[in-house]
Design a protein around this ligand. Structure first.
Ligand code: COA
Length: 260
């Protein structure tokens, strides 16, 4: 699959997606949003890929938000499909049965922060900057930022970031729980690959169930979430990996998972 604004490198069992518009700090125009959706959908079904990394090209930016040059002259009806397309990409990311790691190598602003939040795990370089600066343009986040940020860091801090448009450092993002880990910039990709390799080595059916239960259970009442967990837990018995994992433990050997 060829893209104009993305590169996809498959190094089995890992895929690395790089948003490749360095001249505009990897800002997301409509075409790039569509390409991200197509790439994630393709990789969701790719039987050789078991973990994904999303990053940005160049040393300065992960994604510096939506491409502001596309806003001029637009009307509300023009922009509703843009927001919906962004939401659809995030839902593809969250519903695929494979872990996605954001390797945030610089600015993750607006749509960049929003796409990072749709990833399962966020690693960042110590030079990364995060924020939802839309309000400074007379706008609000439109790719999930008003919803996912509060779910990740709590309503109080989310309001502060969305209302002020303030940028925060990687260290601050770590402190508020927006990201999982911070690394020196020259170690970020190596660490992301190490983690992706580790997650890719996990039994893929159990990984799928773990992602489904956590992502879909989170917004439910506790009772509904526990019901979903029970279904996913029970579903693990439908796959030979469980028998192999238990046998390997009891026989004191390394498990040889199916990983299909
Ligand atoms: N959309 C379109 N172009 C963008 C962009 C965006 N979101 N972010 C950066 N660019 C472009 C700049 O216009 C500039 O283009 P030019 O070289 O033709 O002038 C180029 O990328 C480099 O950006 P520049 O602003 O010169 O870099 P900087 O280091 O001074 O500042 C940022 C970096 C990220 C702080 C600044 O570019 C910025 O605030 N970008 C907008 C972020 C934003 O509001 N995102 C949410 C949009 S809804």
């Amino acid at each position: 699959m060829e893209f104009n604004n993305l590169t996809v490198e498959i190094s089995r069992p890992i895929a690395i997606l790089t948003v490749n518009r360095p001249k505009v700090l990897n800002a997301l125009n409509l075409e790039t949003v569509g390409e991200l959706g197509a790439a994630f959908s393709m990789l969701a079904d790719h039987d050789q890929v078991r973990a994904l990394i999303l990053t940005g090209s160049g040393e300065k930016a992960f994604i510096a938000g939506a491409d502001i040059t596309e806003f001029r002259g637009k009307t509300a009806p023009d922009m509703i499909p843009f927001a919906r397309k962004g939401h659809d990409v995030a839902r593809v990311m969250e519903s695929m049965g494979k872990p996605i790691i954001a390797a945030v190598n610089g600015y993750a602003l607006g749509g960049g922060c929003e796409i990072a939040m749709a990833c399962d795990i966020r690693l960042a370089s110590d030079t990364a900057r995060f924020g939802q600066p839309e309000i400074l343009l007379g706008l609000i986040p439109g790719m999930g930022g008003t919803q996912r940020l509060a779910r990740l860091v709590g309503l109080g801090i989310a309001r502060e970031l969305v209302y002020s448009g303030e940028q925060i450092s990687a260290q601050r993002a770590y402190e508020i729980g927006l990201i999982n880990r911070v690394f020196p910039a020259d170690q970020l990709m190596e660490e992301a690959k190490k983690l992706a390799g580790k997650l890719a080595s996990m039994p893929s059916h159990a990984m799928k169930m773990a992602k489904l239960a956590t992502n879909y259970g989170y917004d439910q009442s506790l009772d509904n979430g526990l019901m979903l967990e029970t279904q996913c837990f029970a579903h693990c018995w439908s796959h030979p990996d469980l028998e192999e994992g238990v046998a390997a433990f009891l026989e004191k050997r390394k498990a040889d998972f199916h990983n299909d």
